[in-house]
Design a protein around this ligand. Sequence first.
Ligand code: DGI
Ligand code: FE
Ligand code: FE
Length: 191
Amino acid sequence: MDYDVLDLQKKLSKIMSAKRLYHSLGVQGMSLALAIRYGYDMDKANLAGLLHDCAKDLEDEELIKECNTYNLPVSPVETRNGFLLHGKLGAYYAQHKYGVDDSEIISSIYWHTTGRPDMTLLEKIVFVADYIEPNRSVKRIPELNTIRAIAFADLDKAVTEILKNTLLYLEKQGQEIDNLTVVAYDYYRNR
Ligand code: DGI
Ligand code: FE
Ligand code: FE
């Protein structure tokens, strides 16, 4: 695939906080490593990881406004928790702002926050890489190093553990849970 990753990194560095860029570079590298492990196209994984949070530096209201502008559907849960839209809008930006025309890359960005049942290999790679990238802290997620090891042994199991942890965390925090996340966990738990 013909794509100028350095140019894209430079563009993202102008719209992202330093912290977000660092995270994005971490996910880029981790997606690449998982692609090597599971035999997926390295360039595509690299690009998907780098771009996955390209719409995250927007306030909740801005995310909703942008989705309305581009006719992207906004569910009631998403209206109440605007940040959930950064995957959907990021997928749109990847396509229309950053010139990505690969449908696998676009959908891996689209689904990276909630996951979904029966994810494609790249969707799983980005979903897992996002959680285990080196800048995530074991202080905040005690199971992180266990999940990192699992990620390189059994990708579906890593997806399952991450969904389980995420749901537990959201419950503990009293945050509203999107049914997409529940449906994804039910699928992987029973797989
Ligand atoms: O954008 P990142 O922070 O790198 O990672 P992400 O896009 O996976 O977002 C992580 C957050 O999303 C994490 O705090 C858990 C949250 N999340 C995932 N599923 C749901 C959710 N939050 C709510 N409220 N409901 C969900 O179903
Ligand atoms: Fe994200
Ligand atoms: Fe992320």
